[in-house]
Write a protein that binds this ligand. Sequence first.
Ligand SMILES: O=C(CO)[C@@H](O)[C@H](O)[C@H](O)[C@H](O)COP(=O)(O)O
Ligand SMILES: [Zn+2]
Length: 196
Amino acid sequence: MSTTHRITQFFEDSIAAKRDTLTRTLPQISAAGTMLAHQLAAGRKILSCGNGGSSGDAQHFSSELINRFERERRALPAVALTTESSTLTAIANDYSYERLFSRQVEALGQPGDVLLAISTSGNSPNVVAAIDSAHAASMRVLALTGRDGGAMATRLGAEDMELRAASDVTARIQEVHLLFIHCLCDTIDEALFGTP
Ligand SMILES: O=C(CO)[C@@H](O)[C@H](O)[C@H](O)[C@H](O)COP(=O)(O)O
Ligand SMILES: [Zn+2]
């Protein structure tokens, strides 16, 4: 298959994944953004985590809360658990890579905070462990997944939410996750600060 044909296929597959996800999850996306806004309005913060491309998504989300999304408004509290290299290397070295995020949740998570847990497979052990630690800290969880939701989907409680991208391809799932993140940021701003 030629390069231009492959690129065309990537674009078409990404469009289809987004369209299918919208059809399946529109109410859930709105409800998830509203839940985040409610917790932020109550003075709580959002911790985010993920591996590889999802680590970037975790940081993308926290930067758009602390800095801003598309409008001028006050800074909102969010922490990506993927950036502090001394902490990350110490936990992986002294404990295990599986505890990379859960150890930080144990240190930083407070009742009512939200963990944004991002995994295209839903099976990354360190993200699954972070969900368990978030529950132990009386936090709520918003999971961004793909495929069949993996182990993460089975760990969520009644207070938690899942946004699942309608694809089995990691790269396409990530492209949907970024759209989730921007929709969540917009819903948060609308809920907290009204329509500009
Ligand atoms: O970005 C990509 C693929 O597009 C990769 O770096 C990908 O993030 C890594 O393979 C991750 O380890 C996948 O983990 P997960 O999404 O299944 O939790
Ligand atoms: Zn990627």
